[in-house]
Ligand binder design. Structure first.
Ligand SMILES: [Fe+2]
Length: 398
């Protein structure tokens, strides 16, 4: 009986993190993600997955009208197609489908089909189909969850591909970019080719969460990034639960003051972070967060204050505030990046905080992939370089 009560409570927590679709939003219009003959650009990208829904986005070289066929066998049988006011989406090379009423803990097969459309009267022409992929919805009472975090790949698709291969061979169930995937966000093609395409088939099999670093806040296409993500709270900061633990995703914005010449008077991150601070206060007070087995935070810029720290990450008011809030919220570990130097800071006076903080590495050293397995009683962490060398391994136990 006790077990049944526990599982009902757990199911409520899972539901609390379920995303409410905004499927009535128009798909952004992009005329092209490639060149030459009409074809797929990369593989589909699972942008969100919970125990009963999935959001899949894919890209073609020119505009078309697409749909996902899916089902519990390779025969598929169901169709998800984006429609607004009776019209199927047909004027963009970006395609998105919302799969609903999925069964928890179930393997689904799917493929994406796209009909080429021409501009004047939206005539359909050539039809292209992907191979058949599969993904598995989380169990409502899953007991463990394994995810991979990378960062600071800075427009290097070859490194992303190497990191994706490591995630795949270690059976990661989610892939998280923790910022600075780009140097400057200058075009929609760059976003797709340097972030999603290099993931290969991995992006079609497990959800990919893209978090913003300070570098993606710069460049003429920085405002377009929102078109390429789907998150549980429809923005760059949000919280979700897996396997009884919570993951808190934060967006520290840029690493310089708003009035720095780098931004030419075009940013207002100070107010953005204040709104986020208010959201953080509410989120850390929820039962969902407070009753988590483990409390995991992720933010691109490290959050600490030390006299020896370099100026561009040093002691800012928002860092003091968030540090205190995360400590009061009993955070177990914070994953950050930005310095390009792999570092493990242990809880205590030396680090300046009472939780673990793991900072991902990048050039001129090796990029790192951190593999995190969360169970009911421990967090197991392995850190690999992009040439697949294990450089650190440790556990956090309750
Ligand atoms: Fe950075």
């Amino acid at each position: 009986m006790k077990k049944k009560i526990i599982s009902v409570v757990f199911a409520l927590f899972v539901m609390a993190s379920t995303y409410s679709f905004t499927e009535n939003d128009a798909i952004p219009i992009y005329k092209s993600f490639g060149c030459g003959i009409f074809n797929m650009v990369g593989h589909p990208v699972i942008q969100y997955l919970d125990n009963n829904s999935a959001i899949i986005t894919w890209f073609t070289s020119s505009m078309g009208s697409g749909y996902i066929e899916y089902g519990e066998t390779q025969q598929l049988g169901k169709v998800a197609r984006h429609e607004i006011d009776g019209l199927y989406s047909s004027g963009s090379a970006m395609h998105r489908a919302f799969l609903k009423d999925l069964t928890p803990g179930t393997k689904y097969f799917y493929k994406a089909t796209t009909l080429r459309t021409t501009t004047d009267y939206l005539f359909t022409g050539k039809k292209i189909e992907t191979q058949t992929y599969s993904f598995t919805t989380p169990d409502a009472d899953e007991h463990s969850f394994r995810f991979a975090i990378v960062s600071d790949t800075h427009d290097q698709p070859a490194i992303v591909s190497r990191l994706a291969a490591i995630a795949k061979q270690n059976s990661a169930q989610m892939f998280i970019f923790n910022g600075d995937s780009l140097n400057f966000t200058t075009s929609h093609k760059q976003i797709v080719r340097n972030i999603f395409t290099p993931l290969g088939e991995l992006s079609a099999e497990i959800p990919v969460f893209f978090m913003r670093g300070n570098h993606e806040t710069r460049g003429k296409s920085a405002g377009e990034l929102r078109n390429f993500i789907y998150t549980p709270e429809n923005g760059f900061y949000f919280m979700f639960r897996r396997a009884g633990s919570s993951l808190l995703i934060l967006d520290g914005g840029e690493d310089k003051p708003d009035d720095h010449k780098e931004y030419r008077g075009l940013v207002n991150y100070e107010n953005y972070r204040k709104r986020q601070t208010a959201w953080l206060e509410k989120t850390l007070a929820t039962d969902s967060w407070k009753n988590s087995n483990f409390k995991i935070a992720i933010n691109h810029i490290p959050i600490w204050q030390k006299d020896s720290d370099v100026i561009y990450i040093k002691s800012k008011e928002w860092q003091h505030t968030w540090l205190e809030m995360l400590e009061n919220g009993k955070t177990d570990i914070l994953f950050s990046a930005h310095t390009h130097r792999y570092e493990k800071r242990l809880p205590g006076a030396e680090s300046g905080h009472n939780f673990y903080q793991l900072i991902g590495g990048a050039r001129p050293n090796k990029n790192t992939l951190t593999l995190v397995e969360v169970t009911q009683t421990q967090i197991k962490i392995k850190v690999f370089t992009d040439d697949d060398v294990l450089i650190d391994e440790f556990e956090i136990r309750k």
